[in-house]
Write a new protein. Structure first.
Length: 273
């Protein structure tokens, strides 16, 4: 009897384990969006969902009058929607910051990040990037008349303002380790802090700083850019099919002149120069 009972318990345990394995397997399948690729999901829902900044003049800024988000990155995003869905209006823009953009991509809130995001080896461990769509470089913004004329003037006691989660924060600490770096949630907060005297200079990509100087003529960029900041469009790690489609769209923009038009519209320069 004991032997029969033992065999029975072993058989029952085997059935439970098999059922558990089967349950876990089906759950894993359902958590991968039924095996559909990002492109398939975008086409099925009929819109491209992109993470963009809303506080970055010239690249992604909410127009207070219309409520629309406008800028270089926004126009690039619209052209990609046109590439994938045939209509630039089939797009949803979601606000991101340097700190929130990768988590929002990874948890599926957005399909892609187009938000002045520099391609770095560290970020490549978390996301996959398109080719470079904008070449920027880190610089300094100061109030006109400042004694700071370039990166060599950042010394002990200098208060440098930067944004959390950006490569700019890391770069300035490496270039000027003796400086005091104050971090803010976004560029609007950092620029307000500069204007209120909380810091001596604000650092980030020159493309973003140009927008601030354009907003307030009391401020100007100084010195030469001291880093290379190639912007890329980020998607989920390993999504090669989506990266290929995005690169195809970028190439089309450059070949048919659309990219040059967008560049001149926002940066007010010829991209070939």
């Amino acid at each position: 009897m004991k032997r029969l009972l033992k065999i029975g318990l072993i058989s029952l345990l085997a059935v439970v384990l098999l059922a558990g394995c089967g349950s876990g397997g089906s759950k894993e399948t359902s958590s991968s969006s039924d095996g559909k690729s990002t492109l398939e999901q975008i086409k099925e829902r009929g819109k491209l969902i992109v993470g963009v900044k809303t506080d970055t003049r010239l690249f992604g800024l909410k127009n207070p009058s219309s409520g629309d988000i406008e800028g270089f990155d926004i126009d690039i995003a619209k052209q990609l929607a046109k590439q994938i869905l045939g209509d630039e209006n089939k797009i949803e823009l979601k606000e991101v910051t340097s700190k929130t953009r990768i988590p929002m991509l990874q948890n599926g809130e957005i399909d892609a990040i187009i938000a002045t995001m520099t391609i770095t080896d560290e970020r490549k461990k978390q996301v996959s990037f398109s080719g470079v769509y904008f070449e920027a470089g880190q610089s300094l913004l100061v109030k006109k008349g400042s004694s700071i004329k370039g990166i060599d003037d950042i010394k002990a006691g200098t208060k440098v303002l930067a944004v959390k989660g950006s490569t700019s924060t890391q770069n300035i600490r490496e270039k000027s380790p003796e400086a005091t770096v104050l971090e803010f949630e976004n560029y609007a907060e950092a620029f307000t802090a500069l204007k209120s005297g909380q810091g001596d200079t604000l650092t980030t990509d020159n493309a973003i700083l140009y927008g601030m100087a354009d907003q307030d003529s009391n401020y100007t960029l100084v010195g030469e850019p001291f880093t290379d900041e190639p912007y890329g469009i980020a998607v989920k790690k390993g999504d090669d099919e989506f990266v290929k489609e995005i690169n195809k769209g970028l190439e089309k923009m450059k070949s048919d002149g659309t990219y040059d038009e967008i560049y001149k519209k926002w940066i007010k320069e010829d991209p070939s120069k």
